[in-house]
Design a protein around this ligand. Structure first.
Ligand code: FAD
Length: 468
């Protein structure tokens, strides 16, 4: 028998239950469909290209062939299944709204054709509908949700990558290079290439490196953007180049302090929580979960938005973060919170604009984690930070980048300022600025918003919607 393996966010051979089930049933034809409905952002397209190139090579090395098709996945998958005479289609379960919609249509078409459609738990620890409160409700708060996960999760035993794959015909398909996923003019991907190795082997190497020294000082250092103290697994997890089960198993078995291990496992559950929220709130990326925030008197300012996007706000920790994003396709979590808070509060610009920019620029852009995190920072989300708690970016910078290593790396034009003024150059006496070669308003911008005034404006806006 022949089976079709529809790969989506599970671009790997090991620990892939859909692949294992497909092999069990017969000769497997793997397919990936590039669907415009996915609205894949620029940095993610770069990642996807390289991840698929790695996957093609991994299949080819085992005698298999990855088929690439482009268009409406919900039409292509059933048509291909009929064309190759497949008895069944296997796929990993997905939680993105567009994939759920595609799944509904694929399921209907396959049922009509008498072809089985089997989805396997793959990207997440749980099917989001399986985790309920004791009374059968949906969790809105992280801590009890995470407890439920800790109590119930038993990762699968390892499923090794298949050694050989029997050929399952060759229906033909696109060439990856013809998809135009890579930037050409200009080629902005140099910083991405220098930072990442997309694909299953790259994912495994990241995990091994992170766990080699027993999480390092993860619990103490994960908030310090100047230190490489986190795993860097997020884009690999997003594309399913490594299974959440494999990461969990390895983290539980690794040597190291238990405080660091527990902190890391809790972060994996934040990812799970975000996917759970998206499952239960499919318009998470656009509509505030707390309805009163729909009335927020957001500003409109193309100039302020552009300054934020390009790291030209005049607030060093914010600019460093936005430039790290632009250059490497990734930003440290602490700094994501700082730049998001600055946009939504000090600039009073809508969080949806930030969400969209992140979606386009992040290699780990994830419909669930991105939207849930933006709503969390904006105060409109589940279990969110209260809106009136406003990060002071100067104090955040001094606390989490005390030696200025992070700001100096990404904002080199102020690198010669002494630590004391690095996070607030406008406080430096003229003679200090001159000594450091900084001309405010010329070589580096003055802040585009007065931090105290921005804070008051945000509080007033929030007061206007409170009680609504
Ligand atoms: P580690 O600290 O090593 O954590 C391990 C894994 O846990 C991560 O790979 C990730 O899968 C998960 N994780 C960690 N923190 C979070 C979190 N707060 N929420 C959800 N999952 C988490 N993460 C994304 O994967 N995609 C996004 O699009 C995304 N957008 C974000 C937007 C904002 C405004 C904020 C504040 C956070 C966002 N995050 C997003 C969460 C977090 O910043 C990243 O997951 C983390 O920085 C990835 O780096 P790491 O792999 O080294 O993390």
């Amino acid at each position: 028998a022949t089976t079709l393996l529809w790969l989506r966010n599970d671009l790997r051979l090991a620990d892939n239950p859909a692949l294992a089930a497909a092999i069990e049933e017969g000769n497997v034809l793997p397919v990936f469909v590039l669907d415009p409905a996915a609205e894949t952002g620029g940095a993610s397209r770069w990642w996807l290209h390289h991840s698929l190139a790695a996957l093609e090579a991994d299949f080819a090395a085992r005698g298999g062939r990855l088929v690439l098709r482009r268009g409406d996945a919900a039409a292509i998958v059933p048509a291909l299944a009929r064309e190759i005479g497949a008895v069944a289609v296997h796929a990993g379960r997905a939680h993105e709204p567009w994939l759920r919609e595609a799944d509904r249509r694929v399921a209907a078409a396959l049922q009509e054709a008498g072809i089985g459609f089997h989805r396997h738990r793959s990207a997440l620890m749980f099917g989001p509908e399986r985790i309920t409160t004791r009374t059968g409700g949906v969790y809105g708060v992280y801590t009890p949700f995470s407890r439920a996960c800790f109590d119930a999760f038993a990762p699968r035993p390892p499923i090794p990558a298949p050694a050989r794959l029997a050929a399952a015909g060759d229906p033909g398909g696109d060439r990856l290079g013809d998809w135009g996923l890579l930037p050409v003019k200009p080629d902005w991907a140099g910083g991405l290439r220098a930072s990442w190795t997309p694909g299953e082997a790259g994912a495994r190497a990241r995990l091994d490196a992170f766990l080699a020294d027993g999480f390092g000082e993860y619990d103490r250092q994960r908030d310090l953007p100047g230190v490489a103290g986190t795993s860097g697994l997020s884009p690999h997890l997003h594309w399913g180049e490594i299974a959440i089960d494999a990461v969990w198993r390895a983290a539980v078995a690794a040597p190291g302090r238990d405080a660091a291990r527990q902190t890391f496992l809790k972060e994996l559950i934040w990812r799970e929580f975000a996917a759970y929220l998206l499952w239960h709130t499919p318009d998470l990326a656009t509509r505030p979960m707390k309805a009163q925030f729909a009335a927020m008197p957001w500003r409109e300012s193309a100039a302020d938005l552009a300054a934020w996007q390009h790291g030209r706000t005049g607030v060093p920790i914010v600019d460093a973060g936005m430039r790290q994003l632009w250059q490497t396709g990734w930003m440290h979590n602490r700094v994501r919170m700082i730049v998001a808070s600055f946009l939504v509060k000090h600039l009073l610009l809508p969080w949806q604009a930030g969400e969209r920019w992140f979606h386009d620029c992040l290699v780990d852009a994830d419909a669930a984690s991105n939207a849930a995190s933006w709503q969390w920072v904006a105060g409109s989300g589940a279990d969110a930070a209260p809106y009136f708690r406003i990060f002071n970016p100067v104090l955040q910078g001094r606390k989490f980048d005390p030696d200025g290593a992070y700001v100096r790396r990404f904002v080199p034009e102020i690198a010669n300022l002494p630590d004391k003024y690095l996070h607030a150059p406008w406080e430096a006496p003229e003679i200090v600025l001159r000594g450091a070669g900084v001309r405010l308003g010329a070589s580096y911008p003055r802040p585009i918003v007065d931090l105290a005034e921005g804070r008051e404006r945000a509080l007033a806006a929030f007061a206007a919607i409170s009680g609504k």
